[in-house]
Design a protein around this ligand. Structure first.
Ligand code: NAD
Length: 348
């Protein structure tokens, strides 16, 4: 029998381990799990995340935070000992980070998955099966030209000389590994391919498009749109994504399966920038920049990225609660709060 993660009563809280728990999505997931009555351990090495993301729940009686890296086998061994479910979100994320630190990104995105799976197998062989949620990415589809991507579609990467494909390829290896442990040992794994996830706490520092646009518009600068801006993406609110993750972990039929998770409503990056401008600073105009000026010479982008969510909807009740304009408004308000807090900290 697998151990299913449930929102149990506070008297017998189950224990979830969230790797990357101080990151953008991880911090929201930690809050959601705590709200569901679980005991939560958040581990993070603060390479891109910040403990400030957990400020609202700091000191919570069911929260433990661990400053450490899941590339370290001894740390992972200690962390999984007492866990009833593991959510693996720690990773090196963002096109900018892959361009700046290509070796580190690949290592960070593969090694922890191998370590986690082998530790979880040991636990299972000792009589305690623990479910693993693996955060994968729409990047695994690469540049597949289909209009909508379903989980069984081909992965279509560019050449290894183009570093940007290493992120999707590393996530694909993670998926292969997790599915191999499931096939060979019935280790309970659930794989979620996140499409563009957005919301408060996401930083624009590593190339994420919505916070980058918002940062510039709030600072009174023209938002920069790469190429012609006709490339499309689908943006989902982090809270809708975290609910889907927890619901998948509660669904026995999700074990050993891969799911697209996100929004299936495409919007062009030009339109996204226009909506940010009209919400925050209508006098501004978009500034266009070529990929060549923005990224290394070998950079290739993906023109269209839309998930087919049929499998997700068949498996869980999935009704996103946030539309794009509401998300943009929330991100702008959050950014204003962060900026004014930073100014008052500087003044005091
Ligand atoms: P993030 O950078 O905010 O979060 C990742 C966290 O992992 C950071 O806090 C970082 O410090 C931590 N981390 C990295 N390596 C670590 C290590 N070795 N040990 C411990 N902590 C480590 O990014 P995010 O957007 O919250 O992404 C979370 C997950 O979702 C990642 O696996 C990412 O690949 C996946 N994902 C995100 C998106 C998105 O749109 N944000 C899309 C697809 C997939």
């Amino acid at each position: 029998m697998y151990t299913h993660l449930m929102a149990h009563s506070i008297h017998s809280p189950q224990h979830a381990l969230v790797t990357g728990g101080a990151g953008f999505i991880g911090s929201h997931l930690v809050e959601l799990l705590l709200a569901g009555g679980l005991r939560v351990t958040a581990v993070d090495d603060i390479s891109t995340g910040t403990w400030d993301n957990l400020a609202a729940i700091r000191g919570h009686e069911r929260l433990q935070i661990v400053n450490g890296s899941v590339t370290d086998a001894a740390t992972v061994h200690d962390l999984v000992t007492d866990a009833d479910a593991v959510y693996h979100l720690a990773a090196s994320v963002g096109v900018q980070r892959i361009a700046d630190a290509p070796i580190e990104s690949i290592q960070r995105n593969i090694a922890p998955v191998e370590i986690l799976l082998s530790e979880l197998l040991k636990k299972q062989q000792a009589g305690r099966a623990v479910k693993l949620f693996l955060a994968s990415s729409s990047e695994v589809y690469g540049k597949n030209p289909k209009l909508k991507w379903t989980e069984e579609d081909d992965l279509v990467f560019g050449p290894t000389t183009c570093a940007r494909w290493s992120y999707g390829a590393a996530k694909a290896i993670d998926e292969f590994l997790a599915l191999a442990y499931y096939r060979q040992f019935w280790l309970p794994v659930v794989i979620g391919r996140f499409f563009n996830v957005v919301g408060p706490r996401q930083t624009g520092r590593y190339g994420m498009v919505l916070p980058r646009l918002v940062d510039r518009v709030i600072a009174g600068q023209s938002p920069i749109v790469h190429d012609d801006g006709a490339q499309t993406r689908c943006f989902a609110h982090v809270s809708d994504v975290c609910h889907a993750v927890v619901n998948l972990m509660n669904a026995p039929q999700a074990i050993g399966q891969v799911f697209n998770i996100g929004s299936d409503q495409p919007v062009s990056i030009r339109e996204l920038a226009e909506r940010v401008i009209s919400a925050a600073n209508p006098q501004l105009k978009i500034e266009y920049q070529s990929y060549r000026d923005a990224y290394p010479r070998d950079f290739e982008d993906i023109r269209r990225r839309v998930p087919d969510l049929t499998k997700l909807r068949r498996t869980i009740d999935y009704h996103p609660q946030h539309n794009l304009d509401a998300i943009i408004k929330e991100v702008i308000e959050w950014k204003h709060r962060v900026d004014s807090k930073a100014i008052s900290n500087q003044q005091s």
